[in-house]
Design a protein around this ligand. Structure first.
Ligand code: F6P
Length: 534
């Protein structure tokens, strides 16, 4: 067991010494500290000096990684081994952005031809839509695209769509429809004229309740408007691994962009799921994004752990999570454009590492994935940073920023950037000035992740960094980060309850749920216009 290994025990012992240290004294004791704890590679600048750790901590963490066979596990992932053991398949998102000519095999077949063919087809579709070659059912030009998807089929694409707004080409606006709440579809359909809108049904499984309900409703709406069933072929597109279900829905085979079961939903941004991004920034822009992913993949695969950004940041996360007992991990991008990134990283990390059974099916007796949360700086400073500075909890933080602005308006960018640096400084070193209620004890750890500029490539690097950081931690904890069985039970019960809400009788539930269902029914039946949905 992990906690019984000599590497873990050494870390535990080391922690007993380190827990008394402060970041301030660590800097005072080692004049060369900053040179040791900055990595500059693949166009990123990573400062991890403001952590409660020494060179010895890093060495011990790397020893732990070696004992957990991290290097071998990375190779297993890149070479298409079936590392998603509970679903008996590889997790090969790295193949989606393999920008080399090297083949990658799944079950003895090189998948790169299929990957490239889909990218080419999607690229062509994106171009045709924008240049007006592909038009709507009545011949009008397409001005809107609505991505109907949820989870990995929504959060990654919508975060990157926003992130790369400065790279959007003209003519087409993309909207994201994810929630089954009728309010969202109502809002979307108020904006988009049917003759000028393409709807992407983005769903790996093509069975997800929210997505399929929204897609069916929009299909009815289109049919009502066009009064011709051919409208579906013009206005619907699918990005999915379930071709049969997409065909069954009525989508033209030409408009189906496939990906594969070896791509996890939250890792699918570089597959056809990225189509809305491709439409917005064009295929060349999308390839730049893939280049960024690929560069970080290569860095992760090839660099020794001491210089390896995802490995170092993953191991620092283990240090706080498993030794300091930190329950959460905050990510704060100082970038308005990256304001949706945290939602994507939250799914990526929490759906991957929110596990309590190891790869051998044994319960684990140590903490696994933390609660990942955050928000956009500087706004968060005026919201929850008080707790980070003076609260009682330890919250390790990643700050993300860009040295250069996307465009200059007086000194806005300088004001933005100085706040990242100031927050990390204040958190680490605190202040003893004034009465006790004004003091900040400091010793609050953070990493600073800086790229030169917000570009498709730098966004790709940052997301790939977090994907691999998540993988590093899963390898240490010996859990499978590529399944998500925990979400199934709720889906199953919701299906049962949907029927209970519509039928006269109700199936077996606990007393609380039963009463809620009955209360719902009573209130709804009092509405004049009420009809049971059938
Ligand atoms: O319910 C969780 C989940 O399966 C995620 O893992 C996934 O990203 C999301 O639902 C959407 O799934 P799909 O792309 O199959 O609609």
């Amino acid at each position: 067991m992990l906690t019984e290994t000599s590497e873990w025990k050494k870390l535990k012992k080391h922690f007993d010494e380190m827990k008394k240290k402060s970041i301030k004294e660590l800097f005072e004791q080692d004049k060369h500290r900053i040179e040791k704890f900055v990595i500059e590679d693949v166009g990123l600048y990573i400062d991890f000096s403001k952590n409660i750790l020494t060179e010895n901590t890093i060495e011990l963490l790397i020893k732990l990684a070696e004992a957990q066979r991290l290097k071998q596990k990375i190779e297993d992932m890149f070479s298409g081994k079936k590392i998603n053991n509970t679903e008996d398949r590889p997790a090969l998102h790295v193949a989606l952005r393999n920008r080399s000519d090297n083949p990658i095999y799944v079950n003895g077949k090189d998948v790169m031809q299929d990957v490239k063919a889909v990218l080419k087809k999607a690229g062509q579709f994106a171009e045709d839509l924008r240049n007006g070659k592909k038009r709507g059912f009545t011949g009008k030009r397409i001005r809107y695209v609505v991505n109907i998807g949820i989870g990995g089929s929504d959060l990654g694409p919508s975060a990157v769509y926003e992130a790369l707004r400065d790279y959007h080409k003209e003519h087409i606006t993309v909207l994201f429809l994810s929630n089954v709440d009728p309010a969202q579809i109502e809002d979307v359909l108020k904006i988009v004229p049917w003759e000028e809108t393409v709807f992407i049904v983005a769903s790996k499984t093509f069975t997800t309740l929210e997505t399929m309900t929204n897609a069916e409703t929009i299909k009815r709406w289109l049919l009502e408007n066009a009064k011709d069933k051919n409208v579906v072929k013009y206005h619907f597109v699918a990005t999915t691994s379930n071709k049969d279900a997409a065909l069954e829905f009525g989508i033209d085979p030409e408009n189906i962009f496939l990906f594969w079961d070896w791509v996890g939903g939250r890792y699918s941004l570089c597959s056809s799921i990225g189509l809305p991004v491709m439409i917005a920034i064009g295929k060349d822009g999308f390839f730049e994004l893939l280049d960024g992913f690929y560069q970080m993949d290569q860095h992760f695969r090839n660099k020794p752990f001491r210089e390896n950004i995802p490995a170092i940041l993953g191991l620092i996360g283990i240090w706080y999570n498993n030794f300091f007992g930190a329950q959460t991990h905050a990510v704060i991008p100082y970038s308005y454009r990256l304001r949706k990134l945290v939602l994507h990283l939250q799914q990526l990390d929490m759906e991957s590492n929110g596990k309590s059974v190891d790869r051998e099916g044994e319960p684990v007796f140590y903490n696994t994935g933390p609660i990942v949360w955050g928000g956009m700086g500087t706004n968060t400073q005026h919201a929850f940073f008080q707790l980070l500075h003076q609260g009682t909890r330890l919250v390790p933080i990643d700050f993300i920023g860009f040295f250069k602005p996307s465009f200059t308006i007086s000194d806005h960018h300088e004001k933005l950037i100085s706040n990242i640096f100031a927050q990390a400084e204040a958190l680490a070193f605190g202040s003893n000035e004034g009465p006790i209620y004004k003091r900040c004890l400091g010793n609050k750890p953070s990493n600073i992740i800086m790229a030169e500029k917000l570009t498709p490539a730098s966004v790709g690097k940052i997301i790939a960094l977090y994907e691999h950081r998540t993988f590093v931690q899963a390898c240490i904890w010996n859990i499978n980060p590529f399944d998500q069985w925990g979400v199934e039970l709720g889906k199953k019960l919701a299906k049962k309850i949907i029927k209970d809400l519509s039928l006269d009788q109700i199936t077996e539930h606990d007393p609380s749920t039963k009463r809620l269902i009955n209360r719902y029914k009573k209130l709804r039946m009092l509405e004049k216009s009420f009809e049971y949905p059938r």
